[in-house]
Structure formats: C-alpha cells, structure tokens
Design a binder for this molecule. Structure first.
Ligand code: FE2
Length: 259
C-alpha cells in the first residue's frame, strides 16, 4: 500500500497554490466514509455503555441528553475517555496518507504537537457557549508551532451552514500572529477589514480540511439540534528553521472542554 500511495499526487499543483494563497486546502473523499463514520460510532459506543448502565433505551440523541442532564459527571468522563485513548481516533491521526499529504504541502518532518481531539458540539450539551462555539481565533497563538504548521479538521458527520461547519477567513494566515483579547479560554483576534470575507465549506464524511495554524477561523452556529462530531489534529514541522530557532516551544495547555 505504501509504495502505491507514495507515487500518487495527493495534492495537485493547483491545490497547493490555492493553499499557499488562502491558507485552506479542502481534500474531497480523502478517507473512506465508512472508516470515518466508524470513529463516530466508536465514540458513541463509549456513551452507549453508560446508557445501558442507566437503562436508557431511547435514540442516541435523547440518551446523551439524559446523561448530560442527570449524570453530568459520567457524561464528562465519557468525553475524557474518548479524548484519552479512543483507538480509531489515534490511529487515523497518524495515518500514512496524512503524513504523505503533509510532506507534499512542505512539512518534511511532521510532528503531532497536540493530542488528537474529538469534538461533539451541541449547545444543549454544553454548560457555557464557549464550549460549543469559538470566536475568531488562530490556533497558532496557543501553540507557537512552526510557521508552516497546520490543523487537519475531519468532520465525522456531513457539515453545512445549518450544523455549524467551520468558518474560515481566507488569506489571514499571511498576516502572522494577530492582536487578540481573551474571551473565556479563547484568544479572539482582531481581523483587518479587508480580510473579513469568510467561507464556510460544505463537507461530506470522508472529506478533510487542512488549514494553516495562522489562519483565522471560528465555529459556525449550530442551528439545528444535531451533534457536530469532528476530529482536530495539529502538526508542526521539525525541519522548520523558524521553529528550530525559537527552541521548539510547546506551550499548549489542556483545558477541560466539557464544562
Ligand atoms: Fe481552532
């Protein structure tokens, strides 16, 4: 499998040029939809074991709400145990195809600089707005990773305007780290007027978005009551001169994300 993949052009010249220009690279059908759906199913099955324990027999959506409302600590623990070591989550985050793709966009020695994250966002499953909705921010500010470092965002459900697909501010990665103010746990950046035009891609399960850690983005509003399941991985470049010269900083702090 490795050899075949290595010869393949995973990112075309056109996509690469667009990525350099906008800071965003959308790769359709990157993973098999079944494999990505399985990550969500594995995460759901963690909760399902607790639903069984409490005798919940309704739909997943209703059961998880009951767990959140009635047994909040167990709800939080399910979230934690998924983050700590959901096998499928860790496996896909180091997939060889991701490594080759990172190589093809100029990250010659990728290093995962934060733990893989699996989010399940819904305003009725959060105690404060900031836990399901983020203001415009640059991930780089909390990471100080290489200047070519990227985030890979993998939706585990089809996403669109209605269920809050990520909103991007194309080109903002070229501005470098922006001024910001702290709101909750987030550094909300000030965006120059000429960069306020946004895009909010519609994505299917299997599609991935790679974007610069310096690109300004925010989560979209979730208008319906669905759960927006997604994975977020971050990769820095050990060969980046800028990162080496700054002494490989790694200031990222893990904060509770469920309360
Ligand atoms: Fe972010």
């Amino acid at each position: 499998m490795g050899m075949d993949l290595e010869k393949r052009e995973l990112v075309t010249q056109f996509q690469y040029d667009q990525f350099k220009d906008t800071g965003i690279l959308i790769l359709k059908d990157f993973f098999q939809a079944e494999r990505v759906a399985k990550i969500r199913e594995s995460a759901e099955s963690v909760f399902a074991r607790q639903f069984n324990r409490f005798g919940y027999k309704d739909s997943f959506r209703k059961n998880i709400q009951d767990l959140f409302d009635n047994n909040f600590d167990d709800f939080v623990n399910c979230g934690k145990i998924i983050q700590q070591g959901l096998w499928d989550l860790y496996e896909i985050s180091t997939d060889y195809k991701i490594k080759l793709t990172l190589n093809q966009i100029g990250i010659s020695s990728p290093n995962m600089c934060t733990r893989p994250v699996l989010f399940f966002n819904n305003k009725n499953l959060a105690k404060e707005d900031v836990y399901y909705k983020t203001p415009p921010h640059q991930d780089w500010i909390s990471m100080k990773s290489s200047d070519n470092s990227v985030v890979i965002w993998i939706p585990l459900v089809d996403v669109n305007k209605k269920n809050g697909s990520v909103i991007f501010y194309p080109g903002t990665h070229k501005l470098g780290p922006l001024n910001y103010e702290r709101i909750g746990g987030f550094a909300k950046v000030n965006i120059p007027d000429e960069y306020k035009k946004t895009i909010q891609p519609e994505l299917k399960v299997g599609d991935v978005v790679i974007f610069s850690t310096l690109l300004v983005h925010e989560s979209g509003d979730i208008e319906d009551d669905s759960i927006r399941w997604s994975c977020h991985f971050r990769y820095t470049d050990l060969d980046s001169k800028d990162f080496i010269d700054r002494g490989f900083p790694n200031p990222y702090e893990y904060k509770p994300i469920y309360r």
